[in-house]
Design a protein around this ligand. Structure first.
Ligand code: MG
Length: 168
C-alpha cells in the first residue's frame, strides 16, 4: 500500500467584471457562486489536491511539475485531464484506489449540501465505488484569508493498493 497527501489553495475573487475569479468548479462540478478561483487552469482546487495525493503516493513529480502554469497549453485547462493523467500513471504502476479522504475548507459555499454530489462525481472520475470516497466540509472560523472568504483550500489523503500484492 502507498499513501499520499495532496494540498491546494486558490484565491477567490468576484467574477468579472468586478474581479478575476473564474466560475467555481469543485470535483468537476460547476457550483454557482458569487466568487471563484483565480487560476491558470480552471482552478478546480479539489481535483488539484486529489491529483497531487495520487502522484504523491506514487512518488512522482507533483501537478505543478507535470502541468506547469507557465505552459499556455494548460491555460483554462479542464482539471479532469490532470486527474486522468495521475490515474493513468497509477494504473501503469499496477495500483488502484484503496480510499480517498478529502477536506474542503471554505466559508461559502457550504459543502454539506454538496457532499453526496461530490462523492458521486469523484467515484465516477476515479472509477471506484462511492464507499471508497469521503468528502468533508470545514469552515475557517472567519479568520485569515480562507475564513474571510478570500480563498478556498483542500486537503486529500489517498491510499493506493498494489494490484500485484495479495490483500490478506
Ligand atoms: Mg491549484
Amino acid at each position: 500500500m502507498r499513501v499520499g497527501h495532496g494540498y491546494d489553495l486558490h484565491r477567490l475573487e468576484a467574477l468579472p467584471p468586478d474581479g478575476r475569479g473564474k466560475p467555481l468548479i469543485l470535483g468537476g462540478i460547476h457550483i454557482p457562486h458569487h466568487t471563484g478561483p483565480v487560476a491558470h487552469s480552471d482552478g478546480d482546487v479539489l481535483l488539484h489536491a486529489m491529483t497531487d495525493a495520487i502522484l504523491g503516493a506514487l512518488g512522482l513529480p507533483d501537478i505543478g511539475r507535470l502541468f506547469p502554469d507557465t505552459d499556455a497549453a494548460n491555460k483554462d485547462a479542464n482539471s479532469v485531464l490532470f486527474l486522468c493523467e495521475a490515474l493513468r500513471l497509477m494504473r501503469a504502476s499496477a495500483f488502484e484506489i484503496g480510499n480517498v479522504d478529502c477536506t474542503v475548507i471554505c466559508e461559502t459555499p457550504k459543502i454539506g449540501p454538496l457532499r453526496d454530489a461530490l462523492v458521486a462525481q469523484l467515484a465516477q472520475l476515479l472509477e471506484c465505488p462511492i464507499e471508497r470516497i469521503n468528502v468533508k466540509g470545514k469552515t475557517h472560523e472567519k479568520v485569515d484569508a480562507v475564513g474571510e472568504g478570500r480563498a478556498i483550500e483542500v486537503h486529500v489523503v489517498a491510499l493506493l493498493r498494489s494490484k500485484a500484492a495479495s490483500h490478506d
